[in-house]
Design a binder for this molecule. Structure first.
Ligand code: IFM
Length: 452
């Protein structure tokens, strides 16, 4: 820490990506189909029918991408490895081409002095496992632990930091209740069974990684939302409590308290969801971690709304400025979720494993991408992170989502989150003005957030 900066000197300034969103090469290197290949190929599932088949072609262009990461001065890079690439059949020996690919990537990052943080599951379940029932079935959690063990054995000498699962909430509720993400199911009980099996998969994988690589550091990447009641009315207060339960506590409580929240057990009574819990599961899930990853994008002001069959809630329209997604820009929410994590759950080291914004960035006539709105966004969120540190949160790093513009799931290529612009026709990369700004922030250890 310097006089001018709240960030410690060894703070991990980083950026995040995920395999399906950038790699492409869907039919190369022995990769098998994942649920996202299937979902995106089905009519009407993604904007303009976009798929991740080519994406940023990172599979072939990763050296160029890592040159950009190095030029940015990134100290750390969070990436995911693709289950469908490493274990195309969802079981058995790992695919040697995929192991060689990821070993090359990880080795290269290390040689550049960039610390890799590896996520094992960023939503690309091998299709064959979904055909067998997918995450609503307990056996998928055991398949995941096997994949985690084999991957830790194959790659664990090149990466110390591991995150088993990214954003279990999105997988469970967007993928199995709202049906807007793969695999596109719309069934509350299936979604809630998925919650438990993802929590269990996290715990089983953590144990499996530790078994193969005792020195590995293991964390998580939970998406934490700042929930406020829309008013003092008791029904809005109760609604906000439920929204917080489904969005945050159904994941944090099992990890750090070894139990599902009582109010959510009551709310979901009769759904059969908790029948999925077997003796010993909660101890497996709550096994000690080394760090916590927080992905943060939203504040929601929640009102009671009886027409909502799930929670009886409704989010009010944002009050302030929004990103291109319509997501409210509200930096204080990042500070609030970090403080809450530290006050209510854990004093483990925390990383912001994702935070960022999409804007409608275009390459200007001189070849520049002037994304002042992203700089303003990051400026506010970095300051909020600094305030959290000053309030005592054990924050050790910040990974901007994302290094590159990429495939934004159901929104296809229409949403640009990158520090680097990607022209998807030519695959030309153009660092945005925010990339240059971030480089200076990193070089100053977070002391210099000036814009010029
Ligand atoms: O692009 C996603 C990422 O895959 C998971 N977290 C949220 C990002 C923005 O929507």
């Amino acid at each position: 820490m310097t006089d001018a900066s709240p960030f410690p000197e060894d703070f991990l300034w980083g950026a995040s990506t995920a395999a399906y969103q950038i790699e492409g090469a869907a039919d190369e290197g022995g990769r098998g189909p994942s649920i996202w290949d299937t979902f995106a190929a089905a009519p009407g599932r993604t904007r303009d029918g976009d798929t991740g088949a080519v994406a940023c072609d990172h599979y072939h262009r990763w050296r160029e991408d890592f040159d950009l990461a190095e030029r940015l001065g990134l100290r750390a890079y969070r990436m995911s490895v693709s289950w469908a690439r490493l274990q195309p059949d969802g079981r058995g020996e790992l695919n040697p081409e995929a192991v060689a690919f990821y070993r090359e990537l990880l080795g290269d990052l290390r040689s550049r002095g960039i610390t890799p943080l590896v996520t094992l599951y960023h939503w690309d379940l091998p299709q064959v496992l979904d055909d067998e029932g997918g995450w609503p079935e307990r056996r998928t959690a055991h398949r995941f632990a096997d994949y985690a063990a084999r991957t830790a054995a194959a790659l664990g000498d090149l990466a110390e930091d591991w995150i088993p699962i990214n954003e279990a909430w999105c997988i469970a509720f967007l993928g199995h209740y709202e049906g807007v993400h793969a695999p596109g199911r719309r069934d509350l009980t299936q979604a809630l069974r998925t919650v438990h099996h993802l929590n269990l998969a996290h715990g089983l994988a953590a144990a499996a990684i530790r078994d193969r690589r005792p020195s590995a550091r293991i964390g998580t990447a939970v998406i934490l939302t700042d929930i406020e009641p829309a008013s003092d009315r008791p029904e809005d207060q109760a609604a906000a409590m439920l929204a917080d339960g489904a969005g945050n506590r159904m994941f944090l409580d099992p990890l750090f308290k070894g139990a599902y929240p009582e109010d959510m057990r009551w709310h979901y009574r009769g759904s059969g969801a908790f029948d999925a819990i077997e003796p010993g599961d909660m101890d497996t899930i709550a096994a000690p971690l080394d760090f916590v990853g927080v992905n943060h994008y939203h504040r929601f002001r929640i009102a009671a709304d009886e027409s909502d069959p799930h929670l009886g809630t409704r989010a009010l329209e944002p009050e302030g400025p929004v990103t291109d997604f319509g997501w409210e820009i509200h930096p204080a929410s990042l500070r609030r979720v970090l403080e809450r994590l530290s006050a209510d759950y854990t004093d483990l080291p925390v990383y912001v494993t994702e935070s960022g914004a999409c804007f409608d960035d275009a390459v200007g006539p001189g070849g520049e991408v002037d994304d002042a709105d992203r700089i303003e966004y990051l400026d506010g969120y970095f300051r909020a992170a600094g305030e959290a540190i000053e309030k005592g949160v054990n924050l050790r790093g910040y990974f901007v989502w994302s290094l590159l513009d990429n495939f934004e799931w159901a929104e296809g290529y229409s949403k640009r989150f990158g520090l680097v612009h990607v022209d998807y026709d030519s695959q030309r990369r153009t660092p945005k003005r925010s990339a240059d700004w971030y480089r200076r922030v990193i070089a100053s250890g977070g002391a210099n957030l000036d814009w010029n």
